[in-house]
Design a protein around this ligand. Sequence first.
Ligand SMILES: Nc1ncnc2c1ncn2[C@@H]1O[C@H](COP(=O)(O)OP(=O)(O)O)[C@@H](O)[C@H]1O
Ligand SMILES: [Mg+2]
Length: 232
Amino acid sequence: MIEARDLRKEYSAPDGGSVTAMHVESLSVERGEQIAVVGPSGSGKTTLLSILGGVLASTSGDIRWDGEPWGKAAGRMPAKMRARRVGFVFQDLNLIPSLTLLENLAAAMCFLGLECDGEKCRLLLERVGLAGKEGHKPEALSRGERQRAAIARVALHAHPLVLADEPTASLDGESAAMAMDLLCGLARGNQSALVVATHDPLVMERLERRVELRPIGKAGPPRPAAEGGPTI
Ligand SMILES: Nc1ncnc2c1ncn2[C@@H]1O[C@H](COP(=O)(O)OP(=O)(O)O)[C@@H](O)[C@H]1O
Ligand SMILES: [Mg+2]
């Protein structure tokens, strides 16, 4: 489904040079596959997920979705269309704090351009063990419960690709196992590709394949200082 070659993201450094935030030589993601993206903090896991999800463009390289250009093309695609292709479970979960759980799911349905269906939202919250908490705002829930609410939200639609960034970070063992059961079961049921960025060995064990990122941060050459400019 996704084929990427020599994908690189660079940011400008304060000295005028550039810093490589992420580099992947080759990556393919097929429908129904479950993949772990692993590597130490700062190795570019979040950056890679953002590029796969079409919310960040790479600096160079080629990325295709079913043979069609993806990446910059995804950036030009209406947000609703992109959101139907890719479901995110963000590291900070991105639940709207002023809305209840039920309202959070309903708002996501609107964003996806789906007909608002309160009963479906209620059922999904029940499926992730949050029955009776539909009227709670995110702040009234534990981290594990918020994580499950974010998973219920991604279950609103059968996205071909589901991306989860460190979905077990700051969860205890039991909540982490439950979050992974839900994510993997959801992806299997919908034949979605699941790509999970993680440090957690228990998560890696559960996924079929591993993509390892190495920390780089290699700086490109700094721009020469302008004549008469500061010398420090
Ligand atoms: N917007 C940005 N501007 C400059 N550097 C960034 C930006 N976003 C990420 N980086 C840098 O890119 C590298 C990879 O970041 P990230 O993808 O968040 O890694 P990981 O998720 O593996 O911890 C880090 O060194 C980070 O500081
Ligand atoms: Mg990260």
